[in-house]
Design a protein around this ligand. Sequence first.
Ligand code: ADP
Ligand code: MG
Length: 937
Amino acid sequence: MGKGDSIIVAVRVRPFNDRETKRNCKLVIEMPDEETTVIRDPKTNEEKRFTYDHSYWSHDGFSEKKNGYFEPENAHYADQKRVFEDLGRGVLANAWAGYNCSLFAYGQTGSGKSYSIVGFKNNKGIVPIVCEELFKQIADNKKKNMQFEVFVSMMEIYCEKVRDLLTSTPPPKGGLKVREHPKNGFYVENLTTVPVNSFKEIEAKIEEGTKQRTIAATQMNATSSRAHTIVKITFNQKSSKQAGGTSMKKSEINLVDLAGSERQSAAGTEGDRLKEGIVINQSLTTLGRVIKALHDSQKAKGGKKMQIPYRDSVLTCLLKNALGGNSKTIMIAAISPADINFEETLSTLRFADRAKSIKTNAVVNENQTERALRELREENLRLQSQIQGGGATGDASNEEIEKLRRQLAENQKEMEEMEKSWQQKIAEEAAKHAGGASEKAEMEAKKRKMCHLWNLNEDPALTNVIVHFIPVGETVVGNKPTSSGNFIQMSGLSILQQHVVLKNDGNNQVTLNPCSEDLDIFINGKPVHGETQLQQNDRVFFGGNHLYVFNNPTKKGIKTDITYDTAQAEIAQNHAAALGNRGIGGGSKRDLILEEELMSTLPLVQRANAMATELGRNVKFEIVLVSPEMRGLTSGLTEIWIKVHNISEDTYFLWEKSRFMNRYYGMQEMYEAKQDGSDGWNMPKERDPFYEPPDSPVFIASSVVFLQSLAYLIDVEEQFPIVDLSGQEIGLLTVGLSPCSTTGKELRGEYVENPSQLIGKNIAFKVKVISAVGLPRRILKSNCKYRFFGSKKMTTTPTVSGNTPSYGHEETFQFKPVTKEFADYLANSNLYITFWGTQRPRGANSRRNSVSTIGSGGAREGPNRTVRGAVKPRRVEKLVQNAKSAENRNISVKALETVLKGVDDNENRKTRKQSMKKASSTTAIKSRSGSKKPKAK
Ligand code: ADP
Ligand code: MG
């Protein structure tokens, strides 16, 4: 075929997962025929249609066979076999023909990339079937004059570093180098390449690589979904010609499981000065740009050459051939069927759509071995003389000479490899692993006899990969062996040198004993402190990233359906118990979403705290649940935010989840750089993901302003408590509300008996945010934001310095005419005003502060703090009148009460409860003072 093979693009939709089922998600994908994928916007119902080479429906229409295989019940369902027949067969055929092939899987985490590429259990994916078939076909094609060679390498790209997965020697600082060969293109220097003689061998190698990935992900605290995994298989067919000499066909097969494609929510990183500093995934971003550039240049008429930015990332360098060069390429885009993933799925479908148009240029790689050797020898002579003569121009830099030397070495290696016989290569490899072949069988046998722990990872492909046996006697678990006794190594975050001791009494009774009192060890989600006996299927969280399941194979009842998610949910529930009756878990969809969010965020927050400790950052992170009212909205979902306390500077910040995630990735990178021994891991403040400068505007608190008086055209000027996220009253806000004529004249004494009398009238309302008193001392400047009925935008007051700011803000909102909806809003809703400010780090202005601290409750806003400041006289009569007419009306104080439900560690629980009480008692006092009367629920 040669010139101009388009990339083959297949889209595959998986079944709902447990979360989606639990949430009662709606299906947004349809595949009316074998090429078409239709996605429906769950909000607007609008449909978008795409066509691909294949649209694979793997959502439903299958049943599980006894052996675990998902078998089709109808022709619509695409099983693993069908995907292999369509795509894998082609890969094999091309490999035999001497073409390079690439297959990559794109999609968000959990969408089914690994399922298609490697598969799970008996639902084998493309990689294992291709390998198995390749060796079958080799056996069938054995001929006297033919020699077949198969090599495998496996690597991972994480944070632009390449890690060899087929070696246990620690990776060099900064990872393996990616170099460019003038003829063959980009390659990874010193990557382990293993000759394999059978499917069993290649399978064992891939398992070894997966184990390396798991260990690295656990130790380095890395999120495996951010890494790209590449399995590279080289297939050589050598045939000796009758006339003498040999020719060789060579095919390189790259099988690429890409990192999760999920984007960072744009809103979250907004305003984060670190936005540019942390590259979420340079390789993936660059892949997107490369695909776009290739797509555009293919579209551009007249053969206009465009610059394709391959060199901007490690991944795109290594995939250069796959994307625009000598390769036959297939892309599988894996998608979720659920409405909650609509945005992400649509972006995956668009990505796949762009990839369709890209053409590669595959050629058969065939050469005469003798001629190739001769050419290499000649080139080497040329290189040698260049090196001696100081480069081509005679005055080459050291760097250029170094490059020539490397090329020479590469060529020499290539020649040696060509001259070595296959038998020699296999024998050399076997010598390296004397006796290692039966390792797997041995381990499986051991698992049937001995007590052991097996790992759980958030990535199902990395689950049950690590097994630790617990022999009779004592076994120390820690990050460094000390004595000669039994030892299990768990490295990374929060693991002590001697962490816990496991004791096996010889009758397979195993106890666990933490080595220190303040370790965070959980069994089945509950913290343990003293010696504890392990029971069958116990989920043991050792701290950091180490989550395992205990099994005693001599006893019955081993469960096989324990997952990372369920184990993590137990831990989260334990934390959620801190919420008491107000706790989530009510069973509504909202509660489920929140619970799930909590479950996925909690481990990250714990790890962020552990990283802060290990990297010497005096920062503490804590989860807070923020109601929409707290955020100044009248409706929406409660969200999980992260409260950040910089203890050194005594400043507090609130990060939205996405901002926290962004920072979290930065922390991981910093942590890894330190583990890696890199200099320069210790970032300056401007680039430190743990650091937020005091002048970053931060959400401080909010106030609930009752609007009801306006519904009766009563103007008020009143003080409302300012409540922070912990439910503590930190000050008072004076707000004025005045009904006006549309020309802005305040209406006085024109009360109405019933809010419905306003409907149809042209009226304006003036909102005055006058001043605040008693703000915490650390607040340097502040302003308020609110959204009045019908406004598209938030209204913002001027920013004012000090702890008793006078905002002096007035804004008039016109209603021509008043609608029923608006009259209802006034009668029944509240205005939520949020406070934002910048802070003064501890130490700044210290002399002045130390004076004002006395008598004002100190630097921290404690529950006993009194709020001082001038209170403007109220118009008491009017308020009483207002309250009277409003009696019997259901005024929600719940808004204030639900302002915060804090999730927190145990020590903060008490203060949290007190402040809750205080928050509601504040309301109670207010109502007694006559302005509003909350009705008991
Ligand atoms: P990714 O690699 O994209 O993060 P996975 O391949 O690990 O996603 O898939 C997530 C989960 O969904 C796994 O438990 C996997 O077994 C399951 N899954 C994915 N695709 C399918 C499918 N087509 N049929 C059944 N289960 C699937
Ligand atoms: Mg995966």
